[in-house]
Design a protein around this ligand. Structure first.
Ligand code: UD1
Ligand code: UDP
Length: 366
């Protein structure tokens, strides 16, 4: 019996891991041990995803969240080392670019346990982002790097990572959008619940440190959304970080000027995305999902890792400097070109095949 130990902790990681986990657990002779660091802990940031995406209960829940980067990463490192020593897995799987990703990769690498990084090679080239530090370090201690795009492969090669470690498998979030998209259509009642009509609203999400921790940028975004809401309803599922900062900066009254709701589960989110007229976000995952559903996206950042979307024309960068330019972007409709930069929706099984030689053949490359 081979053991793959998966480390997750934050909302987008539950979605990504659900895809790979399903593929792994379908293989005979494979045991998956699931570790939740606790980085995200509210029910609507964690439990709802396990339920909706049918992810098994974690085998370990470390309960580490809510601290600073150093506190979270350090405490996770210590606790994960203990779990790894106990389980002695054949592989450790980490996802994306959060503090849980870095702690997991580092704990495993120091114990000489092979690390597989799903969503490797993404770069913003902005080292002020905590995620950029997490990605670069994780990629450089990983043994297998699963890149979602050709751009990501090129980034890794440029940093001197040997090509035999890198596999272009496509984006697991595309698998998720396809697989759970149908379930969302059947089960989600969110449009009716919120009184929304298809293509009759703007969807927005916001949680990046650079936007939420800077009172001026947070004010600019919230004012822009409030202004747009006078013409088209703006639905804003509010990340807990954003709510806390808005309250601390005395900006929470602006949340009352849009349809601010609690974070929603994945199925409701998919429906909100599919039916939005346009999406405004600083999320990595939401930028891609907008494209999967062919909804134009305004990215409230200086740069994006998902440069294909900008090149295709579906995504427009709009750094939050003044409300007027955000309003302008959001009140105009546009579309982009066609291409399939994120694979075929089979990234999960390609990853499983690479992890388990002999089970899925040596295939898996796109
Ligand atoms: C983290 C990731 C970011 C990812 C995002 C996904 C890092 C450095 N950042 O950002 O890459 O895009 O998750 O959503 O790992 N909080 C709650 N309840 C929760 C979760 C968070 O109240 O369930 C609050 C806490 O006050 C916490 C703050 O949000 O301190 C920030 O949470 P944290 O996980 O550190 O960072 P995110 O902004 O969520
Ligand atoms: N998401 C969700 N509910 C929400 C907001 C986001 O299910 O209220 C999903 C979204 O569809 C995407 C993922 O969470 O799949 C993105 O996570 P997030 O924006 O928190 O992080 P990022 O992708 O920026 O790391």
């Amino acid at each position: 019996m081979r053991t793959a130990l998966t480390i997750v902790g934050a909302r987008p990681q539950f979605i990504k891991a659900a895809v790979v986990s399903r593929a792994l657990r379908a293989q005979p002779g494979v045991r998956e041990v699931l570790v939740h660091t606790g980085q995200h802990y509210d029910d609507n940031m964690s439990r709802v995803f396990f339920e909706e995406l049918e992810i098994p209960e974690p085998d370990y829940h470390l309960g580490i969240g809510g601290g600073t980067h150093g506190q979270n990463t350090g405490r996770m490192l210590e606790a994960l080392e203990e779990v790894l020593l106990q389980e002695r897995p054949d592989w450790v799987l980490v996802y994306g670019d959060t503090d849980s990703t870095l702690a997991g990769a580092l704990a495993a690498a120091k114990l000489h346990i092979p690390v597989a990084h799903v969503e490797a090679g993404l770069r913003s080239f902005n080292r002020r982002m905590p995620e950029e530090i997490n990605r670069v370090l994780t990629d450089h201690v990983s043994d297998l790097l699963f890149a979602p795009t050709e751009v990501a492969v090129r980034n890794l090669l440029r940093e001197g990572i040997p090509s035999e470690k890198i596999h272009l498998v496509g984006d697991v979030m595309y698998d998720a959008a396809l697989y759970y998209g149908e379930k969302a259509e059947r089960e989600s009642q969110v449009l009716r619940r919120l009184g929304l009509v298809p293509k009759g609203y703007v969807l927005a999400t916001l949680h990046r440190a650079e936007n939420t921790d800077d009172p001026e940028r947070l004010r600019v975004v919230l004012q822009a959304l409030a202004q747009v809401n006078k013409e088209v309803p703006v639905v804003l599922p509010v990340h807990p970080r954003t709510r806390k900062r808005a309250e601390a900066f005395g900006l929470d009254h602006l949340l009352g000027e849009v349809l601010a709701i609690e974070p929603v589960g994945y199925l409701d989110m998919v429906m909100l995305e599919k039916n939005a007229r346009v999406i405004a976000t600083d999320s990595g995952g939401v930028q891609k999902e907008a494209f999967f559903h062919r909804v134009p996206c305004v990215t409230l950042r200086e740069e994006t890792e998902w440069v294909e979307l900008v090149e295709l024309g579906w995504n427009r960068l709009c750094p939050p400097r003044d409300p007027a330019s955000i309003v302008d972007y959001l009140l105009h409709d546009w579309t982009g070109g066609e291409a399939t930069p994120y694979g075929t929706g089979h990234a999960g099984s390609a990853i499983a095949a690479h992890l388990l030689p002999g089970l899925g053949g040596s295939g898996g490359e796109l």
